[in-house]
Design a binder for this molecule. Sequence first.
Ligand SMILES: NC(=O)c1ccc[n+]([C@@H]2O[C@H](COP(=O)([O-])OP(=O)(O)OC[C@H]3O[C@@H](n4cnc5c(N)ncnc54)[C@H](O)[C@@H]3O)[C@@H](O)[C@H]2O)c1
Ligand SMILES: O=P(O)(O)OC[C@H](O)CO
Length: 335
Amino acid sequence: MKIAVLGAGAWGTALAIQAAARHAVTLWARDPAQIAAMQRARLNARYLPESPLPEALKLSAHLDEAVAGADLLIVGTPMAGLRATLQACPGAVPLLWLCKGFEAGTARLGHEIARELGRRAVGVLSGPSFAQEVARGQATALVAASEEAAVAEAAVAAFHGERLRVYTSTDPVGVEVGGAVKNVMAIAGGVADGLRERAQAQGDWSQAPGLNARAALLTRGLAEMTRLGLALGGRAETFLGLAGLGDLVLTATGELSRNRKVGLLLAQGLDLPAALAQLGHVAEGVYSARTVLERGQGLGVELPITAAVVEMLEGRLTPAQALNLLMAREPRAEL
Ligand SMILES: NC(=O)c1ccc[n+]([C@@H]2O[C@H](COP(=O)([O-])OP(=O)(O)OC[C@H]3O[C@@H](n4cnc5c(N)ncnc54)[C@H](O)[C@@H]3O)[C@@H](O)[C@H]2O)c1
Ligand SMILES: O=P(O)(O)OC[C@H](O)CO
């Protein structure tokens, strides 16, 4: 297969490295200086510094050149770049995106942007997957979701192998909601872990969330994801799958998560700009949290953890106040 991976951050680069073992792959980045540096070092030093690029992997700073003759297009930009990249890509070639979130400004998910642009033969590749582990060849399972079976099957043909399993799904809406909401919950998980670490350092546990609180947060976070996902047209079983529960557990507890790291830094007392400057990578939950909340409000879906994360990100509540707010809610049935 001839594959173009568009966007050379950590995730696009990791998947390009894996696919290059079996297919003709070109990795595109919009920044010619980044491509030149990667070409010289045969390494994506800024975004994936541990994993050398295989000789067979082609690099290009020209999108037209990268997509010429491709059988499959993989868009690896953040959500902020998805629309422009879709517009620049040839319409007849199957395409999947990797980004997880809502588009800032329009509040759209990827499939809604594609529909608006009249783009067909599209899907999303998601699931619990830290780029560093995939680049190293550590075992990982993904899910490729599309309304068109041929698109999901193209992702299987491109990436499924001994160390990378790719399942298929016909529920792109559910898969996209899972990916977007788990990032918001990972910020909350990072805040809880960060408050716990602070309490441990100070020897005062009374006000700090512990492991019980983290388990509660994940479980109620899954409930929020499911409520919103069902209201948007996703299927319940998807939220118990790789793109839902699987990615929620990974991102909200895993050391490598950038969204969780934002929460940890907020709990250490940094404000959001300082936390993002320290991170140096995209943390989609920061840009999607308010949209998740507003789309929920528009559909009459209650999302209390998301609301608390928004209050923290926008500086109206400290992490400890956000936790207290969640604990002070009225008792209710577990739905
Ligand atoms: N890193 C992971 O482990 C991982 C895993 C699964 C999914 N994702 C998702 O994949 C997407 C990309 O994440 P990442 O980790 O590769 O990001 P990153 O922070 O490592 O790199 C982002 C890259 O995108 C480029 N970029 C930014 N805006 C762009 C635009 N408008 N057009 C073209 N390129 C643009 C940047 O120059 C940079 O090369 C995100 O939505 C993320 O949630 C990441
Ligand atoms: O590092 P994060 O928080 O962007 O998460 C990366 C992936 O989405 C995990 O599946």
